[in-house]
Design a protein around this ligand. Sequence first.
Ligand code: FAD
Length: 340
Amino acid sequence: METDLYDITIVGGGPVGLYGAYYAGFRTLRTKIVESLDALGGQITALYPEKWIYDVAGFPRILGRELVDKLTEQAMQYHPTVCTGETVERLVRDADGTLRLVTNRATHLTRVLVITAGIGAFHPKTFKKPEIDSFEGKGLYYFVKSFQDFKDKRVLIVGGGDSAVDWANGLLGIARDITLIHRRDQFRAHEDSVQKMLHSPITVKLFYELRRLQGDGRVERAVIYQNKTNVEETLEVDAAVASLGFLSTLGPIQEWGLELEGDSVRVTTRMETNLPGVYAAGDIVTYPGKVKLIATGFGEVATAVNNAAQYINPKASVFPGHSSSQDVHARQREAAAKVP
Ligand SMILES: Cc1cc2nc3c(=O)[nH]c(=O)nc-3n(C[C@H](O)[C@H](O)[C@H](O)COP(=O)(O)OP(=O)(O)OC[C@H]3O[C@@H](n4cnc5c(N)ncnc54)[C@H](O)[C@@H]3O)c2cc1C
């Protein structure tokens, strides 16, 4: 049974959750992030990693993936525990007030919860064909967590968006052989990345789709077909990576007893929900005048975490001190160094 109690647990590792983790670390709170995807970054990572973002303060423009990298670097200074690939399903309050989060994999204990779940938990779209989906975990991937997992492998990539093209380019020099199939002749990916792929040793087959995977307990072959002629071809492969997009659903969060307005969680000006010790910020919240932007989410989560710090320790000030102050900075660094 789980007994490790965290001060603060952040549900959702999107931009707002990541910035919340930074602030929680800055407040020397023991922090955990739980994220349903295998990667951090929320909508940015799932939907627009290669798009320029022009309205984040301090950056005249920044690529989505770079913003996620910088937010992650900022958050990781304080070594929060990060649990990816876990969807929080249930929220239970123990008799002593401890919050118990039950995910599809584990149980997490926390004093305070900050919900930054955006438009809901992201899950990759699957083929909905047993002759393909049954190979998940046996050589079929819906997400590339580490390029090194594909070292010296023959890889088939399915899709024509940013992720598919980035994964194909990222595997160059690592995988033994890379084939990308796409059902159309137009890519929904950054032009530079597409050109890089087209001028590389990657085999690109347009108007091709995946019919089935074959193999004895693992992917060994992929049967693909030309969608104009229906002519099939069999490729010898060790892995298939599908990038078909993502589905998101608020799903279980709607059952936690939170006061909702449509798909959004109602919060006060302190970013408190109606449940004691449960705060929320970012795209998931609503209040009069709410604007769903990264910039507003950053402010909201700073408010949420600093108020949560006082909820945990009523003697603590809501105001964290200025990060630029030498004293505050030294104290925070010392606390960060002590975190295992
Ligand atoms: C194409 C596009 C372009 C955009 N461009 C801009 C722009 O230029 N500027 C701007 O300010 N905004 C832009 N936005 C909006 C911006 O991306 C969102 O405002 C921002 O991502 C909200 O951040 P968030 O952290 O609140 O939520 P999200 O980014 O949605 O992250 C929430 C995370 O929580 C996870 N999660 C949800 N439920 C659970 C659960 N139960 N358990 C575990 N994890 C869970 C999800 O998997 C997700 O990773 C754009 C959005 C899109 C789609």
